[in-house]
Design a protein around this ligand. Structure first.
Ligand SMILES: [Zn+2]
Length: 313
């Protein structure tokens, strides 16, 4: 096919020879151009969409922009920061609790007792003392977000382990207190008529050292062991009258004197608050009362101050 184009007043004639080949070349060129244009617009459009309409970009194909990525990361980092703050606060609270418990035990002289024990872990997370301050994530330059999340979860696990460790140690510590004579020898109503120390002797009225505490209650009132132990002696013993001595943990002995009746015998294992006899007026006594002594390593101590004195010994 031939096209003849007559252009302008000069009537210049341009002749095109159109063959199948030229048509194909032209179609290919136009198509190529359009495809390139399409790709270019698509790229620009996607970029613009990704940066300014992230929701649309995500709907278009799960594409996340850098700013969107940063926003998500910042969100995660914020949550991680919060988690770490909470973990630090838990750590601080645990350390404070541990310190309080140790102060309380220290007043009772229990720290000394604990130092006897080799089973108490000294390398516990909290035992080393001082709270663990976690680095704020924002200042962290190393590690990916994933690694930081894993670290935080690991820390949480360690705190959980530390809590369980602390719980079992506390149970052990408090269990040891239960072995010492810390209970009362009389339940129900009683009056303490004579405390530990120097006093005017009730019979001679001469100054004398009273090595125990006198509990006045009704004759026949059950007298109770103040801690678990083993009966050392259960018989009449001169001025003490009917007397029971019980050996406890860590060198403690308790003495219950002037009993009306004795309900235990030497060598017998005794449970805390088990009845060892009844309150009476036997021996060198001016009326029904229980004379109670706490003896530590052979020396009579003030029953209330015994533990503190023992911790200093
Ligand atoms: Zn007495």
């Amino acid at each position: 096919m031939q096209l003849i184009w007559v252009a302008g007043p000069a009537a210049k004639v341009v002749t095109f020879s159109i063959t199948t080949r030229t048509v194909l070349v032209a179609v290919a060129a136009v198509s190529g151009f359009l495809i390139l244009l399409g790709i270019l617009f698509n790229l620009i459009g996607l970029r613009v969409a990704v940066e300014y309409v992230p929701e649309l970009a995500q709907r278009m194909g799960g594409v996340t922009s850098q700013s969107e990525q940063q926003k998500i990361e910042a969100d995660y980092r914020g949550k991680l920061d919060e988690l770490n703050r909470q973990l630090t606060s838990v750590s601080d609270r645990l350390t404070q609790l541990e310190r309080l418990k140790n102060q309380a035990l220290g007043r009772l002289g229990i720290q000394k007792l604990l130092s006897f024990s080799s089973s108490v872990p000294t390398d516990g997370l909290l035992g080393r003392g001082g709270p663990m301050h976690l680095l704020p994530l924002w200042r962290s330059t190393e590690g990916t977000l994933k690694a930081q999340i894993e670290q935080s979860l690991e820390k949480a696990q360690r705190y959980d382990d530390a809590m369980q460790d602390m719980q079992s140690r506390w149970q052990k510590d408090l269990g040891r207190i239960d072995l010492l004579p810390t209970l009362l020898p009389i339940s129900g109503d009683f009056v303490v008529t004579s405390g530990f120390g120097f006093r005017s002797d009730p019979m001679t009225h001469l100054p004398s050292l009273h090595q125990g505490i006198d509990f006045v209650a009704q004759q026949g009132t059950p007298v109770l062991a103040t801690a678990p132990g083993v009966v050392l002696q259960a018989e009449f013993s001169g001025a003490y009258g009917n007397m029971v001595d019980i050996r406890h943990a860590e060198g403690f002995v308790t003495r219950y004197a002037h009993l009306q009746a004795i309900h235990v015998q030497a060598g017998q294992a005794i449970a805390p608050q088990q009845t060892v006899g009844t309150l009476g007026n036997t021996g060198r006594s001016t009326g029904p009362h229980l004379h109670y002594e706490v003896i530590f390593n052979g020396r009579a101590l003030h029953p209330v101050k015994a533990l503190a004195a023992w911790s200093r010994s």
